[in-house]
Design a protein around this ligand. Structure first.
Ligand code: B1M
Length: 211
């Protein structure tokens, strides 16, 4: 669809105001929020990631694109999250220590809220102890960790160890995700589940609280 292509292009250019306008227009034209997210915002961000990998663009360009992504997400958020759904349980989420990438984690948080979870979002650069302390204090039954850097993935292991040391591993389920994370890695570190995207994260969280 032309408007979604324009949204993706504007995101690549870091045109945050234009992205917000185009997202609002697309929603106004009756395009489902999920399509605006996937074919507009995420499509644009995928190109940015590839260009950055190939060194065709640089960090300031990626930051501008991230700002544009957030401008679009702000408009989209109320359409992704539905209000008044009964609580399915509490989940503590965050991006792991040393990692500042929070767009995917925020998207997962929005979708979980929309599905009726109480989401306690610790933000980014979250230490293992902070995940565990918050889960204890808030009596949360789930911890969700995101990592976008191969170098920060080991911090997920740290959180699971900290849970074990606190004697809480049986009481709190752990789910993980993020671009470099795999199902194999989740199994290797003893997490309860991995999901590749925000919609499957919701399905996984539902299955973990039901188990
Ligand atoms: Co950076 N970065 N970045 N970056 N950045 C990547 C991740 C990279 C792959 C780019 C590349 O080289 N192609 C690369 C990592 C290489 C690696 O380790 N394998 C990289 C690098 C190297 C870096 C720096 C080291 C660059 C530098 O300084 N030289 C630096 C690190 C800073 C740090 O964290 N300490 C850095 C910085 C940044 C910015 C700050 C500029 C910015 C982040 C802004 C922000 O988040 N507020 C940024 C961005 C935007 C990216 C790319 C381009 C896009 C990430 C993104 O937001 N994607 C990224 C390239 C890429 O991923 N293709 C890249 C959109 C988002 C919706 O997807 O986060 O994957 P994603 O989330 C998905 C799923 O993964 C999943 O669901 C989400 C929605 O579908 N998911 C979960 C995520 N978390 C989940 C949790 C779950 C379940 C599912 O359960 C709890």
């Amino acid at each position: 669809m032309e408007i979604l292509k324009r949204t993706a292009d504007a995101l690549q250019q870091g045109e945050h105001q234009q992205v917000a306008t185009l997202v609002a227009e697309a929603l106004g034209a009756g395009i489902p929020a999920g399509d605006v997210l996937q074919q507009g915002l995420l499509a644009g961000m995928n190109v940015v990631g590839e260009q950055f990998r190939l060194r065709e663009i640089f960090l300031p360009d990626v930051l501008m694109a991230a700002k544009a992504m957030y401008a679009g997400l702000d408009v989209l958020k109320p359409h992704l999250a539905s209000e008044g759904v009964p609580s399915r349980g509490k989940i503590v989420i965050g991006t792991v220590k040393g990692d500042l990438h929070d767009i995917g984690k925020n998207l997962v948080g929005i979708m979980l809220k929309g599905a009726g979870f109480e989401v306690i979002d610790l933000g980014h650069d979250v230490a293992p102890e902070a995940f565990v302390d918050t889960a204890v204090r808030e009596e949360a039954t789930l911890i969700g960790m995101s990592a976008l850097l191969t170098t920060t993935m080991p911090s997920m292991t740290g959180t699971i160890k900290a849970l074990q040391e606190a004697g809480l591993r049986d009481q709190v389920k752990v789910m993980i995700g993020g671009a470099p994370v795999t199902d194999g890695f989740a199994k290797q570190i003893g997490a309860d589940g991995y999901s590749p995207d925000a919609s499957s994260a919701v399905r996984l969280a539902k299955s973990l609280v039901a188990a």
